[in-house]
Design a protein around this ligand. Sequence first.
Ligand SMILES: [Zn+2]
Length: 171
Amino acid sequence: MLREDTNARFEPGFMRRRFVSGRREFAFISGGVHRAILREQESVPVAVAEDERRTWWMFRGRFFWEDDGLEADEVMALVHERERRLRRRIERAKDMMLAEGEAPGPRREGIPEDVRREVFRRDGGRCAVCGDDALLQFDHVIPVALGGASSPENLQLLCAPCNREKGADLS
Ligand SMILES: [Zn+2]
């Protein structure tokens, strides 16, 4: 297991430094060793402290601990994997936020979440008419009132202005 340790830091002392994690304090190191760690951790994870259970690593300005006795390249691989996962989660969250954008006008309940996501992806997160990517709403091509289904084939993404214009054309 590898975890980021946001309570870890190097505490300055007179001509020396000490690694600290929360309230745990480790042995002092010289300023020279500290500078060498800072240099090296820019390219590879560097082990900076350990106890009976954990090893702490510094990598690109952040601290991690692990309890699997990992090598530097394994720590690096896990950190990269965490970041990929995090970025994917952020992308998904952004998609969902856009796809569920608080839109005025008729409620869209009845459009299942997986359908919304599919339509959002298919339309590339852009208005099907003008290509804008703001103020997006789900539009029934054939209105529900006229028997249009809430299926991907009958749904499109429209920005609010294009949706209003379409509404005006219909009435
Ligand atoms: Zn538009």
